[in-house]
Design a binder for this molecule. Structure first.
Ligand SMILES: Nc1ncnc2c1ncn2[C@@H]1O[C@H](COP(=O)(O)OP(=O)(O)O)[C@@H](O)[C@H]1O
Ligand SMILES: [Mg+2]
Length: 589
């Protein structure tokens, strides 16, 4: 009962969501569906009339009814084509509308949740269920049409030939119930298929993608991954076969039931005609009404089961949307404080653990960073440098008050205001496969058309002569005339994003020069530090030579700040920094 109420509620929600989106098209298609339903039933009466006139040799009446039959068919054709065209357009527009909602949902989802491996699966499910509103709306319209056709044709049968009417009801319902069962089995298999598809698509992309070919060739990995792909693909094919068999079985048993019922009906009618209580026209009308009643009752069951299945998905989507909103513990907008960093950044007992990890990535971090200071952060892989940076930039939300900008907890700060005054070059920066212009301007999209500024930035990162078509040079792999860049060139472009704005108060570099040659590295560092004069800079680097230039150095180890101080302080401590310095010293001597 609860499921039924749910189905009606969600089907109603889906219908009204589409109705609000485009009232006139929805009303129009509903009207046309009902007209088509009426026409189907009028067909029965006209056919009966035509056959009876034929038997009575009534030529004028016969021609008149044939003309009427053809006219109705033509009107139906025109109406249906018009509706299909209008609906096709609305479907596309509504799909865009839903995708926009999906983009919003993703944007509102916490970064930490998006970095969780489960997110990839969740997202494909979100995209899948996002299409369910439209499907439910279409099903509701179809259900209205099916109900009207079935009701009139069954009414006709029940009124004139009660037993035949009851038989149609019985056969239609049994086929429907069988279909209902098959639909549920199908849903289970389809879900499994979706999960399989993710994996074999991944293997297929590995085998065929242009980025993967280097390793595929050198390590001669094609046979290895082909085998993995084949295995998954075969598993998926076996599932598809199950689905196919299920469909065949359903179709065959439905047909069988229909054949038996038509057989019975033909016998009954033959007897009635023989006795003279039925005309040939009645025979035509009864068989048509029988097929229509049976078929539409079965389809009504399928529609209802589809609505039930979709209701479950739509409910899930509502729950996801609510969860995403609930996860935003952000105080209401007018309680948020503007971001200011004129004095100092204070980190107090900061501990952080990724939800899918047992060990904390950061443990009890305490530090103070004054405005305008340059801090270098060193430490081996996995010691928590990138995590610390993401916390300081407010990219991961913390529930406790442990990061303060000018005394205000980051929890209370207007984060978008903060992000417009901060800049970062991440370790895994994005290589935008558009053009050079975009690759620089993403650092401050307001400047995307400021060609002079973009040129001067390009010069600062040493790329002014690199691109044949200047800022308009297409990059990456998306277009035929695009060019790919070396790791170092891509990294310079990523660095250019810091130079495009002067408004930033905090600039963060996460291993910004790891792909540059040593000479370029020194030159680039000088440029960057010159540009960042007066700003606060956090610089993650493995290079002691770069760290040495910082005002202070934090050395991280297993999520803690193990050492902190100036270059000279840390050398005197004879700890980790001292060790790194001695290992790398000869590079800088
Ligand atoms: N998104 C994530 N989800 C779960 N664990 C993560 C994630 N990112 C990093 N980690 C883990 O947190 C620890 C610190 O990582 P990270 O801050 O990236 O180190 P570093 O930048 O110093 O190399 C590591 O153990 C790493 O595996
Ligand atoms: Mg890192």
């Amino acid at each position: 009962m609860k499921t039924f109420a749910n189905t009606i509620r969600c089907a109603g929600q889906a219908f009204f969501k589409v109705y609000r989106f485009n009232k006139s098209i929805v009303l129009l298609s509903l009207f046309i569906s009902l007209m088509v339903a009426l026409q189907s039933n009028i067909n029965i009466f006209l056919s009966k009339w035509i056959v009876d006139q034929l038997s009575a040799n009534n030529l004028y009446s016969l021609l008149g009814s044939i003309a009427l039959l053809i006219t109705f068919q033509l009107v139906r054709l025109v109406l249906e084509s018009y509706s299909t065209l209008k609906n096709g357009r609305m479907h596309m527009e509504f799909a865009v509308h839903c995708e926009n909602d999906l983009i919003d949902l993703v944007a509102k989802t916490e970064l930490l949740d998006k970095e969780h491996p489960q997110y990839t699966g969740d997202f494909s499910y979100w995209s899948f269920i996002n299409g369910k509103y439209l499907e439910s709306y279409t099903t509701v319209t179809q259900l209205a049409k099916q109900s009207l056709i079935a009701a009139i044709s069954m009414g006709y049968l029940l009124y004139y030939h009660l037993y035949i009417g009851l038989l149609a009801l019985l056969v239609g319902t049994s086929k429907g119930i069988y279909d209902l069962y098959a639909v549920q089995r199908r849903a289970v298999i389809n879900e499994k298929l979706m999960r399989q598809a993710r994996v074999y698509h991944y293997y297929f992309d590995l085998l065929t993608g242009s980025q993967t070919q280097k390793e595929m060739t050198l390590f001669q990995l094609v046979p290895y991954f082909r085998q993995k792909w084949m295995r998954k693909k075969n598993e998926a094919n076996a599932l598809s076969m199950q689905l196919e068999k299920l469909n065949l079985k359903r179709q065959a048993s439905g047909e069988l039931l229909s054949i038996i019922s038509s057989g019975i009906v033909i016998v009954i009618i033959a007897i009635l005609i023989f006795r003279g209580s039925l005309t040939i026209g009645d025979y035509v009308a009864i068989t048509m009404a029988l097929t229509m009643t049976e078929g539409n009752i079965t389809m009504m069951f399928v529609s209802i089961s589809r609505l039930t299945e979709n209701a479950a998905h739509i409910e899930r989507l509502h729950k996801i949307e609510n969860d995403v909103h609930a996860a935003i513990h952000e105080p209401v907008q007018n309680e948020l404080k503007p971001f200011r960093f004129q004095d100092k950044l204070r980190i107090c007992n900061l501990t952080f653990r990724y939800p899918n990890r047992d060990e904390p990535a950061l443990t009890d971090i305490n530090a103070e960073i004054g405005k305008g200071e340059m801090i270098a952060i060193l430490g081996e892989n996995g010691s928590g440098k990138s995590t610390l940076i993401k916390m300081l930039l407010g990219l991961y939300r913390s529930d406790s008050d442990s990061i303060f900008y000018d005394g205000v907890s980051i929890r209370l700060l207007d984060r978008s205001g903060m992000w417009s005054k901060t800049s970062a070059v991440f370790q895994d920066y994005i290589k935008y496969m558009t053009d050079v212009r975009d690759n620089i301007a993403v650092g401050n999209v307001a400047e995307v058309h400021n060609t002079n500024k973009l040129h001067s930035v390009l010069a600062k990162v040493g790329l002014s002569k690199t691109f044949e078509h200047g800022l308009e040079t297409k990059l990456g792999m998306l277009e035929d005339n695009a060019v790919n860049l070396s790791g170092g060139q891509w990294q310079r472009l990523a660095l250019s994003r810091v130079f495009i704005s002067d408004k930033h108060e905090l600039v963060v570099f996460d291993e910004p020069t790891s792909a540059l040659d040593p000479v370029s590295e020194v030159r680039m560092m000088n440029e960057m530090l010159e540009h960042c004069r007066g700003k606060t800079v956090l610089m993650v680097s493995h290079r002691v030579g770069i760290a040495r230039r910082a005002d202070r150095i934090f050395v991280m180890e297993s999520g803690r700040i193990a050492e902190s101080g100036t270059h000279d302080d840390l050398l005197r401590e004879h700890g980790l920094y001292h060790e790194m310095w001695h290992q790398q010293k000869q590079w800088y001597d």
